[in-house]
Write a protein that binds this ligand. Structure first.
Ligand SMILES: Nc1ncnc2c1ncn2[C@@H]1O[C@H](COP(=O)(O)OP(=O)(O)OP(=O)(O)O)[C@@H](O)[C@H]1O
Ligand SMILES: [Mg+2]
Length: 267
Protein backbone atom coordinates (compact mmCIF):
# COMPACT_ATOMS: atom_id res chain seq x y z
CA UNK A 1 0.00 0.00 0.00
CA UNK A 2 2.23 2.73 -1.25
CA UNK A 3 0.55 5.91 -2.44
CA UNK A 4 3.74 7.69 -3.56
CA UNK A 5 4.09 8.02 -7.33
CA UNK A 6 6.40 5.45 -8.89
CA UNK A 7 9.90 6.07 -10.19
CA UNK A 8 8.24 5.14 -13.46
CA UNK A 9 4.62 5.99 -14.02
CA UNK A 10 2.70 4.68 -17.02
CA UNK A 11 -0.62 6.48 -17.32
CA UNK A 12 -3.44 5.37 -19.59
CA UNK A 13 -1.23 4.36 -22.51
CA UNK A 14 -2.74 3.05 -25.72
CA UNK A 15 -1.12 1.63 -28.81
CA UNK A 16 -1.99 0.20 -32.23
CA UNK A 17 0.50 -1.28 -34.70
CA UNK A 18 0.23 -0.16 -38.35
CA UNK A 19 -2.32 -2.15 -40.32
CA UNK A 20 -3.29 -4.18 -37.28
CA UNK A 21 -6.60 -4.64 -35.51
CA UNK A 22 -4.91 -5.40 -32.24
CA UNK A 23 -5.02 -2.63 -29.68
CA UNK A 24 -3.48 -1.90 -26.31
CA UNK A 25 -6.08 0.11 -24.50
CA UNK A 26 -5.61 2.60 -21.69
CA UNK A 27 -3.12 0.72 -19.53
CA UNK A 28 -1.56 2.14 -16.40
CA UNK A 29 1.00 0.95 -13.89
CA UNK A 30 3.55 2.34 -11.47
CA UNK A 31 7.03 0.91 -10.92
CA UNK A 32 7.80 1.86 -7.34
CA UNK A 33 11.11 2.05 -5.52
CA UNK A 34 11.85 -1.18 -3.69
CA UNK A 35 9.12 -3.16 -5.42
CA UNK A 36 9.08 -5.91 -8.01
CA UNK A 37 6.06 -5.83 -10.29
CA UNK A 38 5.36 -8.92 -12.40
CA UNK A 39 3.56 -8.41 -15.70
CA UNK A 40 1.82 -11.64 -16.68
CA UNK A 41 -0.68 -12.74 -19.32
CA UNK A 42 -1.07 -15.04 -22.33
CA UNK A 43 0.98 -14.88 -25.55
CA UNK A 44 -0.03 -11.82 -27.53
CA UNK A 45 -1.75 -10.08 -24.61
CA UNK A 46 0.47 -6.99 -24.94
CA UNK A 47 3.17 -7.43 -22.29
CA UNK A 48 6.13 -6.68 -24.57
CA UNK A 49 4.29 -3.80 -26.23
CA UNK A 50 3.54 -2.30 -22.81
CA UNK A 51 7.17 -2.70 -21.72
CA UNK A 52 8.46 -1.07 -24.94
CA UNK A 53 6.18 1.90 -24.28
CA UNK A 54 7.31 2.05 -20.63
CA UNK A 55 10.96 2.02 -21.80
CA UNK A 56 10.34 4.93 -24.17
CA UNK A 57 11.08 2.81 -27.27
CA UNK A 58 7.53 3.02 -28.62
CA UNK A 59 5.76 6.36 -28.26
CA UNK A 60 2.22 5.70 -27.00
CA UNK A 61 -0.68 6.86 -29.16
CA UNK A 62 -2.50 7.92 -26.00
CA UNK A 63 -1.40 8.46 -22.43
CA UNK A 64 1.91 9.38 -20.83
CA UNK A 65 5.02 7.80 -19.40
CA UNK A 66 6.84 9.66 -16.64
CA UNK A 67 10.31 8.79 -15.46
CA UNK A 68 11.04 10.26 -12.03
CA UNK A 69 8.18 12.69 -12.63
CA UNK A 70 9.46 13.88 -16.03
CA UNK A 71 7.75 13.30 -19.36
CA UNK A 72 9.58 10.46 -21.13
CA UNK A 73 9.11 12.00 -24.58
CA UNK A 74 10.99 15.14 -23.57
CA UNK A 75 14.01 13.27 -22.17
CA UNK A 76 17.17 12.65 -24.24
CA UNK A 77 17.78 8.91 -24.80
CA UNK A 78 21.15 9.05 -23.05
CA UNK A 79 19.58 10.49 -19.94
CA UNK A 80 16.87 7.81 -20.01
CA UNK A 81 19.60 5.17 -20.32
CA UNK A 82 21.31 6.43 -17.17
CA UNK A 83 18.15 5.89 -15.17
CA UNK A 84 16.29 3.09 -16.90
CA UNK A 85 17.54 -0.33 -17.95
CA UNK A 86 15.47 -2.26 -20.48
CA UNK A 87 16.06 -5.84 -21.53
CA UNK A 88 13.98 -6.84 -24.57
CA UNK A 89 12.51 -10.31 -25.02
CA UNK A 90 14.89 -10.97 -27.90
CA UNK A 91 18.28 -9.33 -27.79
CA UNK A 92 19.89 -8.86 -31.18
CA UNK A 93 23.61 -8.44 -31.36
CA UNK A 94 25.00 -7.19 -34.67
CA UNK A 95 28.58 -8.28 -33.91
CA UNK A 96 30.01 -11.26 -32.16
CA UNK A 97 31.28 -9.47 -29.07
CA UNK A 98 33.05 -11.15 -26.21
CA UNK A 99 31.11 -11.56 -22.98
CA UNK A 100 33.14 -8.85 -21.27
CA UNK A 101 32.60 -6.43 -24.16
CA UNK A 102 28.85 -7.09 -24.15
CA UNK A 103 28.61 -6.48 -20.39
CA UNK A 104 30.81 -3.37 -20.64
CA UNK A 105 28.29 -1.84 -23.05
CA UNK A 106 25.99 -1.45 -20.07
CA UNK A 107 28.35 1.28 -18.83
CA UNK A 108 28.21 3.38 -22.03
CA UNK A 109 25.43 5.77 -20.91
CA UNK A 110 27.63 6.72 -17.94
CA UNK A 111 30.86 7.37 -19.85
CA UNK A 112 32.04 10.70 -21.16
CA UNK A 113 33.99 11.47 -24.34
CA UNK A 114 35.35 8.46 -26.21
CA UNK A 115 33.78 6.07 -23.77
CA UNK A 116 36.83 4.51 -22.11
CA UNK A 117 36.01 2.45 -19.04
CA UNK A 118 37.32 3.93 -15.81
CA UNK A 119 38.55 1.62 -13.01
CA UNK A 120 35.19 1.95 -11.22
CA UNK A 121 33.35 0.96 -14.43
CA UNK A 122 35.55 -2.13 -14.75
CA UNK A 123 34.70 -3.02 -11.14
CA UNK A 124 30.96 -2.66 -11.82
CA UNK A 125 31.25 -4.81 -14.98
CA UNK A 126 33.12 -7.48 -13.04
CA UNK A 127 30.55 -7.45 -10.25
CA UNK A 128 27.66 -7.79 -12.77
CA UNK A 129 29.40 -10.82 -14.31
CA UNK A 130 30.00 -12.35 -10.87
CA UNK A 131 26.35 -11.89 -9.84
CA UNK A 132 25.10 -13.61 -12.99
CA UNK A 133 27.82 -16.30 -12.89
CA UNK A 134 29.19 -15.31 -16.29
CA UNK A 135 32.67 -14.31 -15.11
CA UNK A 136 34.15 -17.64 -16.21
CA UNK A 137 33.16 -16.95 -19.83
CA UNK A 138 34.40 -13.36 -19.93
CA UNK A 139 36.73 -13.92 -22.88
CA UNK A 140 34.36 -16.17 -24.88
CA UNK A 141 32.38 -14.78 -27.79
CA UNK A 142 28.57 -14.57 -27.53
CA UNK A 143 28.07 -17.01 -30.41
CA UNK A 144 29.89 -19.70 -28.45
CA UNK A 145 27.53 -19.71 -25.48
CA UNK A 146 24.39 -21.71 -24.78
CA UNK A 147 21.03 -19.91 -24.90
CA UNK A 148 20.80 -19.59 -21.11
CA UNK A 149 24.45 -18.51 -20.74
CA UNK A 150 23.88 -15.79 -23.34
CA UNK A 151 20.71 -14.64 -21.58
CA UNK A 152 22.73 -14.28 -18.35
CA UNK A 153 25.29 -12.13 -20.19
CA UNK A 154 22.54 -9.74 -21.33
CA UNK A 155 21.24 -9.64 -17.76
CA UNK A 156 24.77 -8.78 -16.60
CA UNK A 157 24.89 -5.97 -19.15
CA UNK A 158 21.67 -4.38 -17.93
CA UNK A 159 22.82 -4.75 -14.31
CA UNK A 160 26.12 -3.04 -15.19
CA UNK A 161 24.04 -0.08 -16.32
CA UNK A 162 23.09 0.38 -12.62
CA UNK A 163 19.65 1.74 -13.43
CA UNK A 164 17.13 2.96 -10.86
CA UNK A 165 14.31 1.44 -12.92
CA UNK A 166 14.71 -2.01 -14.43
CA UNK A 167 12.31 -3.28 -17.14
CA UNK A 168 12.86 -6.91 -18.03
CA UNK A 169 11.00 -8.87 -20.72
CA UNK A 170 11.10 -12.59 -19.89
CA UNK A 171 14.66 -12.34 -18.52
CA UNK A 172 14.79 -15.90 -17.20
CA UNK A 173 12.91 -17.75 -19.96
CA UNK A 174 16.02 -19.79 -20.88
CA UNK A 175 17.41 -20.25 -17.37
CA UNK A 176 17.58 -23.43 -15.30
CA UNK A 177 15.95 -23.45 -11.85
CA UNK A 178 19.19 -22.49 -10.05
CA UNK A 179 19.89 -19.47 -12.24
CA UNK A 180 16.23 -18.49 -12.27
CA UNK A 181 16.01 -18.46 -8.47
CA UNK A 182 19.40 -16.79 -8.19
CA UNK A 183 18.35 -14.04 -10.56
CA UNK A 184 15.05 -13.34 -8.82
CA UNK A 185 16.84 -13.27 -5.44
CA UNK A 186 19.21 -10.75 -6.96
CA UNK A 187 16.22 -8.67 -8.09
CA UNK A 188 14.93 -8.72 -4.50
CA UNK A 189 18.33 -7.58 -3.26
CA UNK A 190 18.27 -4.75 -5.81
CA UNK A 191 14.75 -3.90 -4.67
CA UNK A 192 16.20 -3.57 -1.16
CA UNK A 193 18.47 -0.80 -2.44
CA UNK A 194 15.48 1.19 -3.75
CA UNK A 195 15.40 0.10 -7.39
CA UNK A 196 12.03 -0.28 -9.10
CA UNK A 197 11.60 -3.45 -11.17
CA UNK A 198 8.92 -4.49 -13.67
CA UNK A 199 9.42 -7.96 -15.07
CA UNK A 200 7.42 -9.85 -17.69
CA UNK A 201 7.26 -13.55 -17.01
CA UNK A 202 5.22 -16.63 -17.92
CA UNK A 203 6.31 -18.28 -14.68
CA UNK A 204 3.33 -17.61 -12.43
CA UNK A 205 4.95 -19.40 -9.50
CA UNK A 206 8.09 -17.27 -9.65
CA UNK A 207 5.80 -14.22 -9.84
CA UNK A 208 3.92 -15.46 -6.77
CA UNK A 209 7.01 -16.21 -4.68
CA UNK A 210 9.29 -13.32 -5.64
CA UNK A 211 7.16 -10.39 -6.77
CA UNK A 212 5.32 -7.82 -4.64
CA UNK A 213 2.56 -7.03 -7.12
CA UNK A 214 1.23 -8.65 -10.27
CA UNK A 215 -0.42 -7.05 -13.29
CA UNK A 216 -2.43 -9.51 -15.37
CA UNK A 217 -3.06 -8.60 -19.02
CA UNK A 218 -5.46 -10.12 -21.49
CA UNK A 219 -6.09 -9.00 -25.09
CA UNK A 220 -4.35 -5.64 -24.67
CA UNK A 221 -6.08 -4.68 -21.42
CA UNK A 222 -5.45 -5.08 -17.69
CA UNK A 223 -7.61 -7.71 -16.06
CA UNK A 224 -6.39 -7.36 -12.52
CA UNK A 225 -3.61 -5.84 -10.45
CA UNK A 226 -2.71 -6.75 -6.89
CA UNK A 227 -0.69 -9.16 -4.80
CA UNK A 228 -0.40 -12.85 -5.67
CA UNK A 229 -3.42 -13.69 -3.54
CA UNK A 230 -5.59 -11.20 -5.39
CA UNK A 231 -4.45 -12.00 -8.93
CA UNK A 232 -3.65 -15.72 -9.02
CA UNK A 233 -7.21 -17.00 -8.65
CA UNK A 234 -8.44 -20.15 -10.28
CA UNK A 235 -11.46 -18.61 -12.05
CA UNK A 236 -9.57 -15.53 -13.22
CA UNK A 237 -6.69 -17.55 -14.65
CA UNK A 238 -8.95 -20.13 -16.29
CA UNK A 239 -10.86 -17.31 -17.97
CA UNK A 240 -7.76 -15.46 -19.18
CA UNK A 241 -5.71 -18.47 -20.29
CA UNK A 242 -8.65 -20.57 -21.51
CA UNK A 243 -7.18 -23.56 -19.74
CA UNK A 244 -8.19 -25.28 -16.56
CA UNK A 245 -5.67 -24.52 -13.83
CA UNK A 246 -5.25 -25.73 -10.30
CA UNK A 247 -4.30 -23.11 -7.73
CA UNK A 248 -2.62 -24.66 -4.70
CA UNK A 249 -0.49 -23.21 -1.89
CA UNK A 250 3.22 -23.19 -1.30
CA UNK A 251 3.55 -24.95 2.06
CA UNK A 252 6.42 -22.68 3.20
CA UNK A 253 4.94 -19.29 2.41
CA UNK A 254 1.21 -19.93 1.97
CA UNK A 255 1.41 -18.14 -1.38
CA UNK A 256 -0.59 -19.41 -4.39
CA UNK A 257 1.06 -21.93 -6.68
CA UNK A 258 -0.42 -22.48 -10.14
CA UNK A 259 -0.41 -25.88 -11.82
CA UNK A 260 -1.98 -26.89 -15.13
CA UNK A 261 -5.04 -29.13 -15.10
CA UNK A 262 -4.33 -32.86 -15.12
CA UNK A 263 -3.87 -34.60 -18.45
CA UNK A 264 -7.05 -36.21 -19.76
CA UNK A 265 -7.67 -39.70 -18.46
CA UNK A 266 -5.49 -39.32 -15.36
CA UNK A 267 -7.40 -40.61 -12.32
N1 LIG B 1 5.69 -5.11 -34.76
C1 LIG B 1 4.43 -5.53 -34.74
N2 LIG B 1 3.56 -5.25 -35.75
C2 LIG B 1 2.28 -5.65 -35.71
N3 LIG B 1 1.75 -6.36 -34.70
C3 LIG B 1 2.55 -6.68 -33.66
C4 LIG B 1 3.93 -6.29 -33.62
N4 LIG B 1 4.48 -6.74 -32.47
C5 LIG B 1 3.49 -7.39 -31.83
N5 LIG B 1 2.34 -7.37 -32.52
C6 LIG B 1 1.02 -7.92 -32.14
O1 LIG B 1 0.59 -7.23 -30.98
C7 LIG B 1 0.01 -8.12 -30.03
C8 LIG B 1 0.76 -8.01 -28.70
O2 LIG B 1 2.08 -8.47 -28.87
P1 LIG B 1 3.13 -8.48 -27.69
O3 LIG B 1 4.45 -8.81 -28.28
O4 LIG B 1 3.00 -7.23 -26.90
O5 LIG B 1 2.57 -9.71 -26.80
P2 LIG B 1 3.18 -10.43 -25.51
O6 LIG B 1 2.12 -10.35 -24.44
O7 LIG B 1 4.51 -9.90 -25.19
O8 LIG B 1 3.28 -11.96 -26.00
P3 LIG B 1 4.38 -13.11 -25.69
O9 LIG B 1 3.98 -13.72 -24.37
O10 LIG B 1 4.17 -14.09 -26.78
O11 LIG B 1 5.74 -12.51 -25.70
C9 LIG B 1 0.05 -9.50 -30.67
O12 LIG B 1 -1.21 -9.73 -31.27
C10 LIG B 1 1.13 -9.38 -31.71
O13 LIG B 1 0.87 -10.24 -32.80
MG1 LIG C 1 6.41 -10.70 -25.26
Amino acid sequence: MNATPGLLSVQGVGYRYEASEWELAGLSFEARAGEILAIIGPNGSGKSTLLRIAAGILPPRQGKVRLEGRDMESLPRREVARTLGYLPQQVQSAFDYSVEEAVSMGRFPHLAGLGFLRPEDARIVESAMRRTETLEYRARSLSRLSGGERQRVFLASVLAQEPRVLLLDEPTSALDIHHQARFFRLLRELGGTGIAVAVVTHDLNIASLYCDRLLLLSRGGAVREGNAEEVLRQETLAEVYGESVHVDRDSRTGRPIVLPGLPGGTP
